[in-house]
Design a protein around this ligand. Structure first.
Ligand code: HEM
Length: 423
């Protein structure tokens, strides 16, 4: 089947199956890019939807799919807790990773405050020239006239370099960060491990994450005894609310910062190339008017929504959309669906870089957990496109992308591109 036939088949299946059978957390919907009609049906017919996943660590969960309802949940942290985790599968009892995205106030607030200066305006201004130089160097090594993988060559390379700078991480080992980022979010069938057996894959995942924390522990020990420096490890080691973290909490916060800083921006960079190649008229407008780059960046973040949902857990009974969510129930806020809500965003399935209110989207979340790195993400996207436009009149996507088989990280493993000529 070609892409149009696949999309028609997904539409027909989504609108004909019994509502109760729709399980939006099925990774297949994302691997095959057929998620959109399922969420369109839920927004129309059952905007606060109960489903039971066959995955045993997930079980029953609510799906909130309309823009305003998502906003209501995300901004009500008193009723909807981020503990014990912000993904649907429950944490294993013998391997919990505390991290501040999965904490409620007051602990969340003080830990967030400890690291936020690294992504605040002043430091972003300091980093801009470095990111620009690296972006230019990466693009200058892209081959002309032959197919290559944009994900690995450009998206991963740039975001991993930025992350290494945030941690002041040993430069030659920086691809370890990419690996740990993949390992942290991988499922057994994702191809990241040497096995697809769930228990064996989980054992590999834990072993690699322990290598990660051991590596970072060495850096911590070096920095905790030295005067504070302006990097994430030194900030955590000297921060009043973080200096006494145990090993698992250190690992948890590292995973948060590695995944937060890596996968999301990486997948949006790849998404921008795909979106513009599927929408040549938008590509033409951008190239005619590079002042549209910031708007294009926001539109891509909405269109891509690199984190499809965040989970909350109800702490008391709450009415939402005519349903009663009971204390203890899991609730998925599907940003990917809110960002396609036709009652809030006009022509939401289209990619339109000049749409009014282009910054109006849910992809960074809202409320006390709203993405702390949003400006850094936007900065990297802006710079890479400014540098692309200086160099390449066209980037062609020459084959289908391979998508991450996950309902949480919405992104690309592989994107074959060809750059015919340089300016
Ligand atoms: C396009 C890129 C990005 C997207 C779409 C994104 C999205 C998100 C989302 C949806 C949340 C949770 C919001 C909520 O629960 O209300 C979040 C939180 C977070 N993000 Fe990002 N993110 C991106 C880039 C980054 C970068 C570059 C960094 C780090 C340097 C980062 C670090 C974090 C952290 C630390 C949190 C936890 C904040 C808290 O709990 O207070 N993110 N992000």
């Amino acid at each position: 089947m070609d892409a149009a036939e696949l999309s028609r088949a997904a539409h027909d299946a989504a609108w004909s199956m019994p509502l109760a059978e729709i399980n939006p957390a099925d990774p297949e919907l994302f691997r095959t890019d057929s998620w959109a009609p399922y969420f369109a049906r839920l927004r129309a017919e059952d905007p606060v939807h109960w489903a039971v996943s066959p995955v045993k660590d997930i079980g029953g969960y609510w799906s909130v799919t309309r823009y305003d309802d998502i906003m209501a949940v995300d901004t009500n942290h008193e009723a909807f807790s981020s503990e014990p985790t912000i993904v649907l599968p429950d944490p294993a009892e013998d391997f919990t990773l505390p991290m501040f995205i999965a904490m409620d106030p007051p602990k969340h607030d003080v830990q967030r405050k400890t690291v936020s200066p690294i992504v605040a305006g002043g430091n972003l201004r300091n980093m801009e020239a470095t990111i620009r130089r690296r972006a230019g160097e990466i693009l200058d090594t892209c081959p002309i006239g032959e197919t290559f993988d944009w994900v690995d060559k450009v998206s991963i390379e740039l975001t991993t370099m930025t992350l290494a700078t945030l941690f002041d991480f040993p430069w030659e080992d920086r691809r370890k960060l990419t690996r740990w980022s993949d390992v942290a979010t991988a499922t057994p069938d994702s191809g990241v491990f040497s096995t697809t057996d769930p228990d064996a894959a989980e054992a590999e995942r834990r072993a690699e994450l322990f290598e990660c924390v051991d590596y970072f522990m060495r850096l911590w020990n070096e920095r905790v005894n030295a005067p504070p420096t302006f990097d994430l490890i030194s900030m955590l080691a000297h921060g009043e609310s973080t200096r006494d973290m145990d090993r698992m909490e250190y690992l948890g916060n590292l995973v948060l910062l590695i995944v937060g800083g890596n996968d999301t921006t990486r997948n949006t960079i790849s998404g921008s190339v795909l979106a513009l190649s599927q929408n040549p008229e938008q590509d033409r407008r951008l190239r005619e008017n590079p002042a549209l780059i910031p708007a294009m960046v926001s539109e891509t973040i909405r269109w891509q929504t690199p984190l499809a949902y965040m989970r909350r857990t109800a702490v008391r009974d709450v009415e939402l959309g005519g349903k009663t969510i009971r204390a203890g129930d899991k609730v998925a806020m599907w940003y990917v669906s809110g960002n396609r809500d036709e009652t809030v965003i006009e022509r939401p399935d289209e990619y339109l870089i000049e749409r009014p209110d282009v910054r109006r989207h849910l992809a960074f979340g809202f409320g006390i957990h709203r993405c702390v790195g949003n400006r850094l993400a936007e900065l990297q996207l802006k710079i890479i496109w400014e540098e692309i436009l200086k160099r390449f009149p066209r980037i062609e996507v020459v084959g289908p992308p391979r998508r991450v088989p996950s309902a949480f990280v919405k992104g690309y493993e592989y994107l074959p591109v060809l750059i015919p000529t340089r300016n």
